[in-house]
Design a protein around this ligand. Structure first.
Ligand code: PLP
Length: 404
């Protein structure tokens, strides 16, 4: 299946309405412009698109199927379909943009890929891509996440990447982003900062979205083949927002398709530091090089955030999501830790699919959408599989589900 990278947003300065842009130190301006130009040129090249599509097919295992979750559907009164990104090589959607970024970096003559990681999924996907294209790879990761996501840390080591522990602040994703950015500034000529979601300065929100748009482009054809129609609802979890943008981007012009982005409500959505529901609870501001909704204190500093899903606990969100919220095209809802864990076990026990805790937030909200819209067709992005989460979930919540 061909990628089509035809979207009218962002504008040439990287703005989606008032959001996005590029708020970076002066020494990075020419570097970012170079990346932007290289990207715009490379996506016009037939050979690049062929190479990427060949890897999607033979390396990642694309197209990922759509599965009609009949048991879950019967339980909740609507037709629920799952886009099976959990079946991808490395277990989640992130490999889609990591391969694109690694190929671009390689063609630009860079020698080292660097990145932050939360759940470890972006780190594993990037370390995988680095091994494949033959580049060095440094992954910055908070100490808390290193402890929680041990199997992914081991995978990165096996793949030949260096995992750099981040020991300040809350020792999670936000601090890892800061540390990776600092390291990037020391040598932006030879290093390529492969941002892990639709965030960061222009052109990353556009570029990562375009690489992820393969998800929506496939799903749009697949659901019509299976049901004869477009879906009534799309549901995807939103951390930085890349799996959601990947799915949503193919349907933005289809007015009949409602879209739901699901943010993590953590343990208490009313209390700062106990959730990471950026769009639902945040206000516009600038951090990490771009303007978007963010969870911030009175001084404009990012707030502490939390979610049971390491991949969702980020205090900002992709700028296109902020734009889509303001124009009312996408509805943003939340699912709590407990709702996500319930959905994790529900999907495991009704369909035999163990979802990532991140994806479980989308599954949780899909059951709410189903109950509110009986008989409708709901397409959920199952962004990743839960293998990485099983020890943590059983340790923390197993008793409630008859384990241990
Ligand atoms: C990283 C991750 C997410 C969150 O990232 P987005 O950029 O919001 O998609 C969601 N699901 C899984 C499985 C992940 O690994």
């Amino acid at each position: 299946m061909k990628n089509s990278f035809t979207h009218n947003l962002p504008d040439n300065k990287g703005y989606f309405g008032e959001y996005g842009g590029s708020f970076i130190p002066p020494q990075l301006e020419s570097i970012m412009a170079e990346i932007s130009d290289a990207y715009d040129a490379i996506v016009q090249e037939e050979s690049f698109l062929e190479e990427l599509n060949d890897l999607y097919q033979h390396y990642v295992g694309r197209p990922s199927p759509i599965f009609h979750a009949k048991n879950l559907s019967a339980k909740h009164g609507a037709q629920i379909y799952l886009k099976r990104e959990d079946l991808n090589h490395t277990g989640a959607h992130k490999i889609n943009h990591c391969l694109g970024e690694a190929l671009l970096a390689k063609k630009m003559g860079k020698t080292k890929l660097i990145a932050e990681t939360g759940a470890g999924q972006h780190g594993v996907a990037l370390a995988t891509a680095a091994a494949l294209v033959g580049m060095e790879c440094d992954i910055y990761m908070g100490e808390v996440d290193i402890a929680k996501e041990h199997p992914n840390v081991v995978r990165m080591h096996i793949l030949g990447a260096k995992v750099v522990p981040v020991t300040h602040g809350l020792k999670t994703l936000k601090e890892a982003v800061d540390a990776a950015f600092e390291a990037y500034l020391t040598d932006p000529v030879n290093q390529f900062y492969a941002i892990g979601s639709v965030v960061g300065p222009h052109p990353f929100p556009k570029m990562v979205r375009d690489f992820q748009s393969v998800v929506g482009n496939e799903a749009r054809q697949q659901i019509q083949t299976m049901t004869g129609k477009l879906p009534d609802h799309l549901v995807a979890c939103v951390g930085g927002g890349s799996n959601a943008m990947g799915l949503f981007s193919a349907f933005l012009d289809d007015e009949s398709v409602a879209m739901h982005g699901v943010e993590p409500a953590g343990t208490d959505i009313e209390v700062t530091g106990k959730h990471a529901a950026t769009i639902s609870k945040g206000t516009p501001g600038v951090m990490h090089g771009f303007k978007s909704y963010m969870l911030q204190d009175e001084g404009g500093e990012p707030s502490a955030v939390y979610s049971v899903a390491s991949g969702l606990d980020y205090p900002s969100v992709g700028p296109q999501h902020s734009y889509l919220k303001d124009i009312g095209r996408v509805q943003y809802a939340t699912a709590s830790d407990q709702q996500a864990i319930d959905a994790f076990f529900e999907l495991s026990r009704t369909e035999g699919l163990i979802p990532a805790i991140e994806s479980s937030h989308a599954v949780a909200h899909a059951t709410v959408v189903a109950q509110n819209n009986p008989g409708s067709i709901i397409l959920v992005n199952l962004s990743g599989r839960g293998d990485k989460d099983i020890d943590f979930v059983v340790d923390q919540y197993g008793k409630d589900y008859g384990i241990g």
